[in-house]
Design a binder for this molecule. Sequence first.
Ligand code: ZN
Ligand code: MN
Length: 490
Amino acid sequence: MSNLNVKIGLEVHVQITSLKSKLFCSCSSEYRGKPPNTNVCPTCLGLPGALPVVNIEAVKAALMVALALKCTISDVLVFSRKHYFYPDLVKNYQISQYDGIGSVAIARNGLMTINVDGKTKPIRIRRINIEEDPGKIIYPTGSLLTSKYTLIDYNRSGIPLLEIVSEPDLTNPKEARIFIDKLRSILEHIGLVNPELEGSIRVDANISLEGGSRVEVKNISSSKDVERALTYEIIRQSKALEHGEVIRRETRHWDDLKKVTISARVKELEEDYRYFPDPDLPPFKISKELIEETASKLPELPDQRVERFMKTYGLSEYLANVLVSEKGLADYFEDCVKICGEPESIGNIIVNDLKRWIDELDLSIYEAIRLFPQKDLCQLVDLLNKNVINIKILKEIIPRALKSGKSASTIVYEEGYVDISDEDVLLKIIDEVIRENPKAVGDALTNPKAINYLVGQVMRKSKGRANPELTNKLLIKRLNELSRASSNAN
Ligand code: ZN
Ligand code: MN
């Protein structure tokens, strides 16, 4: 797959979930969980005569993101109508922004770096738009293809979105996943998006293979699924090209249950949308003061945080990057360090064990923190330092805590996970091992390296609970006694 010439560009739709109201009316932005079609007014229902008014907080949010992504900011804000006919779109046009003749996006020509296998790669940002979310189509008895009828809920109509579009600088599905994760981390650090809310980040992924056409996969809701959908498309398109088929320019849907893409329609061209400036929303100037004011409020961003983690905590670039890839993970790390210090071992445990299990069990970082809070990790590290448990047991307790929801200390004590550091108990096991392995004992008496085998046997008999250092010490003591006894006998 690596020798294919693949170009991937992403269009990420982000709900600005930190806002209180919709983009052009005063309806609440909290549409989730409400009875259908109750969070609406004449404006977001597109009733004749109702006029939109811009939510200035959405403009400030867009400027913040534009600055974080190093974009050039337009000096004028222009909204355009993007026309298409679909039941979720109340006015038959979406109020959006058009970057072309007679109009301009709020920000363009930005840059975001991603870290792929330890290397930094710049990805250009083409533009950022502000636009409104359409309503939501519901398929009560199946999917888009199979449902007998369709329902529509306009509670989401008019929710403020940012559309962030990259240049096609990504060359494989993994880079696409890393790009979205990094972007999400930036948005989280700015405090605009709560990624835990279902549907708050939706991605359209464009992909083309050399010799084919651009195919767009619409509405993918997680970075992992973006990676899966693009991998699926590379295989599908390269097989088709191999068989001499023509790849049409088209839009496809991602079926996140079957994990396949399905052809939806032949892609519209830009001309089909009949963009023109919205006469209900006259252009207004974006002042230098507003940009400066926004810049002064920019918080610490992921790149700066990675630097700080390396400098302040002495972490490797790799550890720092993984931690900061999710704000929740980086916050968790800093909370733990505040409670119990030891940034390096805490960082290693979080990245190598906790994060691994979060991925394997498909949890969100926030779910994981609820199941395995900061104080639990610190308790385990404390038990480790006191030799009550060993590192092997610590590593085993993390998935058990995440799976069972029990607290770490409960697992340690109730389930007999305590490290065996009691000399009498250990000596009993050691004597058994010595009795059962006369040949290995003979080897160990002449060759100190051979003792490792006996330590291994003790670990096995104790089901991994023997304290390794103490086992080693006691074994040497016992072997010395044995060799003294045998030389006395001679
Ligand atoms: Zn409304
Ligand atoms: Mn859009």
